[in-house]
Design a protein around this ligand. Sequence first.
Ligand code: NDP
Length: 501
Amino acid sequence: MLLKPVIRRKSAGSHCPNLQHTEVKAADTMESTRRRTQHSTNGKGSEAVEKSAQWGRAWEVDWFSLIGVVSLLCFAPFIVFYFVMACDQYKCSISQPLLELYQGKATLPSIWARAPSFTWTAAKIYAVWVSFQVFLYICIPDVAHKFIPGYVGGVQDGARTPAGLINKYEINGLQCWIITHALWLANAKYLHWVSPTIIFDNWIPLMWCANILGYAVSTFAFLKAYLFPTNAEDCKFTGNIFYNYMMGIEFNPRIGKWFDFKLFFNGRPGIVAWTLINLSYMAKQQELYGQVTNSMILVNVLQGIYVLDFLWNEAWYLKTIDICHDHFGWYLGWGDCVWLPYLYTLQGLYLVYHPVQLSDTHALAVLLLGLIGYYIFRSTNHQKDLFRRTEGACSIWGRRPTHIECSYLSADGRSHRSKLLTSGFWGVARHFNYTGDLMGSLAYCAACGFSHILPYFYIVYMTILLVHRCVRDEHRCSSKYGKDWKRYTDAVRYRLIPGVF
Ligand code: NDP
């Protein structure tokens, strides 16, 4: 779900399930076609298969990419620090610190020295939080799917990895979220073990702890890939140490049978924390001003819907680009520990310092934008899922869906067929799910009024993230489907906004 550097593709090789278009040059991939016995990491047994490991070097790290990677490694932690510090010391003004630096009223060391530092209290809170999430992730088998109609949980298959494995995942995110939040509410109402504002009160010290975990887990994943990879055939070395560290080497690093780094870090410390952080901001507003503003409620509700959607659809999430194509490195490890909880929650933080009470019209407009965005996001994702699951034998917008028949070749030379949907939202634009996501993101920002630009960082970031993601996904699809992809892009002309882009 996170920031990626701009990278240039060397080959047109598909990076997904043994798929490779004929136009891909053999030299671009470390193809080592061989008969091997494939051992599943989930202990499901083994099967002999003839496959080509074509997961190898599909990316070339040029100087431009390298500068992007090194800059992100060096500056991303400071970007996070800057935003949070600006709220803490400058009431969320992002220009004021720069102005003071320019006028000589402050220096970098003086700003740094004024920011709260690491504390052992924060370290204990963070350790309890992460340990609790690890405990829930590993030890609580999903029972929610037995009781909640329509919810898919329990043990689910992931997408086929480039080396041909299908990992098993225990989907219990919704249940972990419910247990965590039930405990939180019980504490706030009856138990009073800790203050409901505990997260806000320790926000910057907690950031140091999150950074320690983010760097530790990324470094561990990096070393693990060399020393004891979970599945050596799914590792990808680019030859550049910074790139390897940032973008990851291992595809699905695991400890034991079930502790999957990607699913845990993507889904738990960040996503589950997201709504708790917002609740802590809400509690702080109540404590400081004796009331909670409608803008804070809107941010909590809209972002809460997004988080719950993610957890409700965790099984679907296994088939998205994050899990299906990305390797686990710093951008996921550090990004999920630091970037996501700190920058995705900027709106709530801002509203603690600026308790905006919106007019009814403004609040209604934000709510509508958020809900329409969410509806588009969810329906678009659902339409593709339904279409692919039923192989087109379904109804979309009351009609049998139209599609483009496609073919592609797998690395073993076999031809396969697939379908690209051209009905419903997939006929409006090629990534209308991103458009809905962006509308929702804009709604969170607009809930904060128009006095400061800090809360709008999120929509700027999401636009860069999703446009870049769209371009890289289309590059991959074009390599995979060749002229069939061209037929699809001729039929559905625009990527995100019909008539514009
Ligand atoms: P998509 O769910 O859009 O999946 C793209 C894939 O779908 C393509 O690679 C292709 O795969 C297939 N596909 C493309 N066009 C069609 C079509 N017309 N019919 C059928 N299949 C098609 O992408 P993501 O995984 O990136 O996104 C999932 C959701 O997650 C999105 O809604 C996005 O907004 C959200 N997201 C949120 C983020 C955040 O930080 N908040 C970050 C990233 C994503 P194939 O090879 O199978 O053909």
